[in-house]
Write a protein of this length. Structure first.
Length: 280
């Protein structure tokens, strides 16, 4: 799916539709250019404008992955800002219906290493409570740090590859998780952890090695330590030496990503689909 440039005209924020709570989220229509047959962003019949989601990339190797497919299925346009490559982080989410913050290898306050982080934290403060927000890995740590939590580097034991997550009782009425199994799997890739949640955060998921796997702030801001967007193909590109240094066998990590690929797609297309239902 083509990525929109920041200088393009931004669509008006769309209204929020109520969730049905069902596992399957209907896809919006995608029209095609009758001359070339090239897929184009379609406007569903119930909506008079195209919705966009602002996505902040913090690392060259932490792109949106299959988020783009899930956005495309709902005719939602991704507007990707490659902050790691010097593209300026916007001062607000005006004109966008949602915000997604992607991962990266830095801590959320390593401003000398990553000088765009103050602007990203400011954007997060502006967006919180205004549009649905999803923070992934570093994005979740930014969410926690910005609103009073604590993040520590190289804390506890690292997690790499497919990991079992426990869905906590507080998730029973969460709009993203309600009705899902009490144990889920996700791809992990982190050494740093959220060690203290903001005082008003709700903890939704934990794992054996990491207590704070998923949190919610307010009614429409979520952070996940894991990577719903990562497919087996990206896991295959992970450095064997790096995995070994962290105590993981590359062949086992890749085999697990391939073995659970269908399950991971079904689980996280459902959860992220529910998030996108709030956007669209």
């Amino acid at each position: 799916m083509p990525l929109l440039k920041m200088k393009a005209t931004s669509p008006t924020t769309a209204r929020t539709n109520p969730l049905t709570g069902s596992i399957d989220t209907p896809s919006a229509s995608v029209s095609r250019n009758p001359c070339s047959g090239t897929p184009q962003l379609g406007v569903p019949p119930y909506r008079g404008r195209v919705t966009s989601v602002l996505i902040i990339e913090n690392d060259r190797d932490s792109g949106p992955g299959r988020l783009l497919d899930w956005l495309d299925a709902r005719s939602i346009s991704p507007v990707v800002v490659r902050a790691w490559d010097g593209e300026p982080v916007p001062g607000s989410v005006d004109g966008h219906a949602g915000l997604i913050l992607l991962g990266g290898g830095m801590l959320p306050d390593e401003d000398e290493r990553s000088p765009w982080l103050p602007a990203e934290r400011a954007l997060l403060r502006q967006a919180h409570g205004q549009v649905p927000v999803l923070g992934i890995c570093l994005g979740a740590q930014l969410l926690a740090h910005t609103f009073g939590g604590e993040v520590q580097g190289k804390y506890g034991q690292p997690e790499k590859g497919v990991t079992s997550l426990t869905v906590l009782p507080a998730a029973a009425d969460d709009v993203l998780l309600a009705g899902l199994p009490l144990t889920l799997r996700a791809v992990e890739s982190h050494q740093d952890q959220i060690t203290r949640l903001p005082s008003d955060a709700v903890l939704l998921m934990s794992s054996e090695r990491c207590t704070n796997q998923m949190l919610r702030l307010g009614q429409q801001s979520w952070g996940v330590q894991f990577h719903p967007e990562v497919e087996a193909e990206r896991v295959r590109r992970w450095s064997p030496d790096r995995l070994q240094a962290l105590g993981f066998d590359r062949d086992t990590v890749v085999a697990d990503a391939e073995r659970y690929a269908v399950e991971l797609e079904k689980t996280w297309s459902t959860v992220v689909g529910r998030f996108l239902s709030l956007v669209a």
